[in-house]
Design a protein around this ligand. Structure first.
Ligand code: PRT
Ligand code: MG
Length: 222
């Protein structure tokens, strides 16, 4: 049995065409079904639905053989950025180029970020992505007090909880709607295929077939 961990929403939706290219079709719609284990047209392949931030954990500890996860989630999990190289027990063979966005710093439009940085002021930064934020500001030489949040980061600068946020931006509409402006782009984000290292050895042929099919679909789409 091969188990693939996915999160509902954009990652599930954008992984479907790649699975289809590998000849795999999920037989139930996660938005309609309450099931957490979804069968596919292959009796030996199943999809498990987990929280986006839990995908690396499932794959690392073998609850799933492979999974799809955002680079943001992977870094925060401790998976590192090393392309293809196994970190935290996770082999990362492919950048799937899906669920694309960027990690950015944003502030209230009336907050002079450049001046604050130039003055060497201490910034209060709210984020769910503390590893990425800490590394970024340390490299920049900016002193920060990080405030860990689990969602609705955009609210922090509006309520005085923080001077700045580090969050994912896609269209920029959420920032705009909350009168925030993007002042730094930290990194581009896309989703990665992650594979459990032991599974890679024991189920090599099945996993290889999926990696190769995804890889061919990605080249064809370019
Ligand atoms: O929602 P939940 O708390 O369960 O988990 P999650 O937010 O980690 O999952 P999900 O499914 O929302 O996101 C999964 C992955 O999609 C993330 O880890 C990213 O790699 C990727 N992704 C791509 C995004 C976005 N685009 C995105 N726009 N994840 C989140 N957003 C949010 C962003 O945080 C902000 O609140 O959308 C808002 C901004 O969008 P725009 O278009 O208004 O700029
Ligand atoms: Mg979300």
């Amino acid at each position: 049995m091969l188990t693939l961990a996915l999160s509902k929403g954009r990652i599930f939706d954008e992984t479907m065409p790649l699975l289809k290219a590998a000849g795999i079709e999920v037989l139930e719609d996660p938005e309609k079904s309450r099931k957490l284990i979804l069968p596919t047209n292959h009796a030996n392949v199943r999809v498990v639905l987990v929280r986006a931030s839990d995908v690396p954990t499932y794959v690392q500890y073998g609850g799933a053989d492979l999974g799809v996860t955002g680079l943001d989630t992977l870094i925060e999990h401790g998976g590192g950025v090393a392309g293809g190289v196994a970190t935290a027990g996770l082999y990362q063979p492919l950048d799937l180029q899906i669920a694309k966005c960027r990690m950015s710093v944003a502030v209230r439009s009336d907050f002079d970020y450049a001046a604050m940085v130039k003055q060497g002021a201490r910034l209060k930064v709210a984020t769910k992505y503390t590893t990425i934020a800490r590394d970024f500001f340390a490299t920049k030489g900016v002193h920060v007090d990080l405030v860990k949040l689990y969602g609705s980061m955009e609210l922090a600068p509006l309520t005085g909880l923080a001077d700045a946020i580090v969050d994912l931006v896609s269209t920029g509409n959420t920032l705009k709607a909350n009168h925030l402006v993007e002042v730094e782009r930290i990194m581009d984000i896309s989703s990665r295929l992650v594979v459990n290292q032991a599974a890679l050895k024991m189920k090599q042929a099945d996993i290889r077939r999926i990696i190769d099919a995804f890889s061919a679909a990605l080249s064809a789409g370019k």
